[in-house]
Design a protein around this ligand. Structure first.
Ligand code: DWN
Ligand code: SAH
Ligand code: ZN
Length: 405
């Protein structure tokens, strides 16, 4: 049993993936002997219902100069963040001298549109390489981890923020109490803290167990977010389901009593009570389905290879680290993975040591099957790879179950 990082309550473990490497540590041959491993297991707090990892990886191991993920690598995500910026500009930032802060701004996918509009902004981003990409787009960045002390520094330099935004970042931060105290410090009295992250109900519904890896420390629900917010004087005032990254929720927090909660927020909180997301039965069912997917995927891959078929991986995602290392997929089953991220190419996948190659390698020659690790971008990828299907190729997916299409 662990201690909840939000409320110190008892955390009951419901799945153990065993020894796992760092999901975004794309290694060179000379790094094979010194890879970092930790025990990846996930549990639920019996007091506040927050789903969380049982063990924490030191943040400097994950987020540093060479962090490879670029938000702008997907056209759908670029459009999503441009729309997000436009919405903020038209609503919360539509006042004299507004100020928006983004935690984990990465390559500036969202803040670029804010900078282009000439609106005061700041990205807080500890991964130096991706932060530099944002700066090259005209985005102002503070290259550090956001926590309580950062908030004091930013407030002293720039004043209070009307909006604090974080996409796929808050769930990455175990020391979340410090972040919420920082938000309290930095946010204007009538400001909003808006964050979007994978929705635990969707992870259970789709059995998307690959969302569980070192960087994803928390798996939010409206219930657990509400409880956490209340500890810091905030209230959950809105929720918006998002289709990106396999199903997320955008949560809006405001100071308690400052805004009326929307019907959508109240409705989702009610829905979750009936869904029993934190119940042992639900979590045991999830665990059983994860094992079934592992067994089904491994027998499919072995059958294909046994019959002389070829399989190539598509998208060297952080998520795929859990799939390859938990299921036991190595280069003998999947000889390489194609990915558009320059920093991943020429390197090897963490743990499994499957080589990562450039997208052009996919058609040279086309494999019989492509294992779609970037299943959350299926529509975008399948639309650009129609020639693969035309050539007789087939996609293997493992979300929400193992199937070939
Ligand atoms: O939460 C996180 C999300 C936002 O991003 C981070 N912890 C790390 C990362 O997770 P991921 O690597 O699982 O994210 P994606 O967006 O599923 O990664 C897609 C990968 O596929 C990237 O490496 C880029 C690549 N890709 C490609 O090769 N061709 C993507 C598209 C759309 C393509 O057409
Ligand atoms: N917002 C982007 C990036 C998500 S990846 C998107 O949605 O695509 C997670 C990002 O959070 C990384 O760029 C990482 O460097 C950053 N991050 C991790 N810990 C952080 C912290 N304490 N404060 C701010 N950013 C952090
Ligand atoms: Zn708790």
């Amino acid at each position: 049993m662990g201690e909840c990082r939000v409320c110190t309550g008892p955390v009951n473990e419901f799945f153990d993936f065993g020894r796992q490497p760092l999901s975004d540590a794309f290694v060179r041959k000379e790094d094979f002997a010194s890879e970092f491993f930790f025990r990846l297991a996930v549990g639920v707090c019996g007091s506040c219902s927050m789903v969380q990892l049982m063990n924490e990886v030191p943040r400097e191991h994950m987020f540093h100069e060479d962090y490879p993920y670029l938000s702008s690598g997907s056209a759908v995500m670029r459009a999503h963040f441009e729309r997000t910026a436009e919405r903020f500009l038209a609503t919360e930032l539509n006042k004299p001298d507004p100020f928006i802060v983004e935690l984990g701004c990465n390559d500036g996918a969202m803040l670029k549109a804010v900078a282009d509009a000439g609106v005061r902004h700041l990205g807080v981003e500890p991964s130096g390489g991706v932060a530099q990409v944002a700066e090259a787009k005209g985005v102002r960045v503070r290259k550090t981890f956001f926590e309580e002390s950062t908030a004091l520094e930013v407030r002293a330099a720039d004043g209070r923020a009307d909006v604090i935004f974080a996409a796929n970042t808050l769930c990455h931060i175990p020391y979340i109490g410090s972040v919420l105290r920082g938000v309290d410090t930095l946010l204007a009295p009538d400001g909003v803290f808006v964050f979007e992250d994978p929705y635990f109900a969707e992870i259970v519904r789709r059995t998307s167990f690959d969302q569980i890896y070192d960087e994803h420390f928390y798996f939010f629900t409206a219930q657990s977010v509400r409880a956490m917010a209340a500890r810091h004087g905030f209230e959950l005032v809105d929720v918006e389901p998002l289709p990106v990254h396999g199903g997320e929720i955008r949560y809006t927090l405001a100071r308690a009593g400052s805004r009326r909660p929307t019907e959508a927020a109240r409705e989702l909180l009610r829905e979750e009570v009936d869904a029993g997301l934190a119940d042992l039965d639900t979590l045991r069912g999830f665990a059983a389905r994860v094992e079934d997917i592992r067994d089904g995927l491994m027998s499919l891959l072995r059958d294909v290879r046994g019959q002389g078929g070829t399989v190539v991986g598509y998208g060297a995602t952080a998520k795929s680290c859990t799939v390859t290392n938990y299921c036991g997929i190595g280069p003998e089953l999947v000889p390489y993975v194609c990915d558009s991220t320059p920093a991943k190419q020429g390197r090897f996948m963490p743990g499994s040591h499957i080589p990562v190659r450039e997208p052009a390698a996919f058609a040279d020659p086309y494999p019989d099957y492509a294992l779609l690790f970037a299943w959350n971008h299926a529509e975008e990828i399948m639309a650009k790879e129609t020639a693969f299907k035309d050539a007789g190729g087939r996609w293997i997916l493992y979300v929400p179950d193992v199937h070939v299409t």
